[in-house]
Design a protein around this ligand. Structure first.
Ligand code: ATP
Ligand code: MG
Length: 428
């Protein structure tokens, strides 16, 4: 016997009955986005690798270490998408959906791919649901989308959630902050971990994200971006805070919240939950004012977020709010007792299905006991037998497994059979 092939590390099958519950989580979350006017867009699973290095940033963990990049047979370099924003913007530009004068709201969902160390709530193929708003935005648009995510937290009863908030400045004030940060980090270079020493040179803001214990001392007194904001960014920040206050959405200021992607400007935020352990963030996003132009589109600001579906699952499981959905039922199992009865059985099955009776066939055995067992496994209410007598008299014998009652029908009276079955299962 050859060795079985297993799913790749960090890649999970979602088997019945979890699969339909997982899909329901998608529906619930997208449903909330629909109440905010977001329209669904379906995006490809792979893109030119340069799309991601140009948008997310060549010196980020995602692009440097986590991206599944491959050369196809034509020699072009592609990557499995590690996130959705870059693809969405690429598509919005390509199809002229963006326009400096109008606001567009788009949502997406599906699998994303990152080569990370798998653990609870961290996979190599995981799922995100996200939304982006593109156009002439104000700080109120940031708040409005955060408010929709807040509705998810409330309606899914996410346990002990918190909203972390920061402002990362803009192209005017970020350079002077960056300079102050690099100066500070260089002064403490000896105490930084090797990764942070490297990052100080290539992408200093990433240092603020470092979780290495030895760096935490240095980070305690690191210059704060919010002390460097220009008047425009300062006013953006104040407006976001006061409008969140007016919606009674509590937040915690977090000056080290820079996110793992380079395109963010101004508002950044994360919804976290202590119930998730180390992987505490379940939704995150922010403003990206230069990204559309960077990808060859018009100079249009954007604001977006992505939620991790596996983490939403874990949190809703903890809260007892996982969607309750039953597997689709099977009502009838058709059992031909001999090979010659199979054509009649197939015809009956097809016609019952056409009459909206969920029906399966059991062809592989002549043992009545096996047929009963299969019907039970599938949750069937009825078994239809076609044996020698039935073939001769052109009938079918249908047994109600709940009441034990047996009825013989003319086999060609498909809609009459269907009607009776439906009446029993769905009494008026
Ligand atoms: P983290 O800090 O947990 O690595 P991130 O900053 O890389 O998250 P984003 O790129 O902003 O995350 O993605 C948004 C959301 O997608 C995250 O908040 C999380 O819920 C989910 N997510 C990200 N990476 C993974 C993963 N490898 N497995 C499962 N969910 C993930
Ligand atoms: Mg990450």
């Amino acid at each position: 016997m050859s060795l079985p092939i297993r799913a790749p590390r960090g890649v999970k099958d979602i088997i019945p009955p979890d699969a339909i519950r997982f899909e329901k989580i998608f529906e619930d979350t997208t449903g909330i986005l629909e109440t905010g006017g977001f329209q669904k867009i379906l995006l490809p699973l792979f893109e030119s690798a340069t799309l991601f290095s140009r948008s997310i940033g060549g010196a980020t963990d995602i692009v440097e270490k986590e991206m599944y990049t491959f050369e196809d047979k034509g020699g072009d370099l592609f990557a499995l998408r590690p996130e959705g924003t870059a693809s969405l913007l690429r598509a919005a530009i390509e199809h002229h959906l963006v326009d400096p004068g109008k606001i567009v709201r788009l949502s997406y969902g599906g699998p994303m791919f990152r080569h990370e160390r798998p653990q609870a709530g961290r996979l190599r193929q995981f799922h995100q649901i996200g939304a982006e708003i593109l156009g002439p935005l104000t700080p109120s648009d940031d708040v409005d989308l955060i408010s929709l995510i807040h509705r998810m937290a409330v309606s899914f009863s996410i346990p002990s959630w918190r909203l972390l908030l920061n402002n990362m400045g803009c192209s005017v004030c970020r350079p002077s902050y960056r300079e102050a940060l690099v100066l500070y980090l260089s002064q403490h270079e000896q105490s930084l971990c090797p990764t942070c020493r490297h990052r100080t040179k290539v992408n200093p803001l990433r240092v603020l994200d470092c979780k290495t214990p030895s760096c935490q001392n240095i980070l305690e007194t690191v210059p704060r971006i919010t002390d460097f904001l220009c008047p425009k960014s300062q006013s953006h920040f104040e407006q976001v805070k006061s409008e969140l206050d007016s919606l009674d959405i509590p937040y915690t200021l977090s000056h080290q919240l820079v996110r793992g992607l380079d395109y963010y400007t101004e508002t950044t935020f994360e919804f976290v939950s202590d119930a998730l352990g180390a992987q505490s963030t379940w939704a995150a996003g922010g403003r990206y004012d230069g990204l559309c132009q960077e990808l060859g589109g018009p100079d249009i600001p954007g604001f977006g977020f992505a939620a991790g579906v596996e983490r939403l699952w874990l949190l809703r499981e903890k809260a007892g709010t996982l969607p309750v959905v039953a597997s689709p039922p099977v009502w009838m199992t058709v059992f031909p007792l001999m090979t010659e009865a199979r054509p009649s059985a197939l015809k009956l099955i097809r016609n019952l299905r056409e009459n909206s009776i969920p029906t399966t066939g059991f062809f592989g055995s002549v043992k009545i006991k096996s047929a009963f067992r299969q019907a039970e496994r599938e949750g069937s209410r009825f078994i239809a037998f076609i044996g020698e007598d039935e073939l001769r008299s052109e009938t079918v014998l249908i047994k109600d497994l709940k009441t034990g009652e047996q009825t013989s029908y003319p086999i060609k009276e498909f809609s009459f059979i269907a009607q009776n079955i439906r009446k029993t299962i769905l009494p008026a």
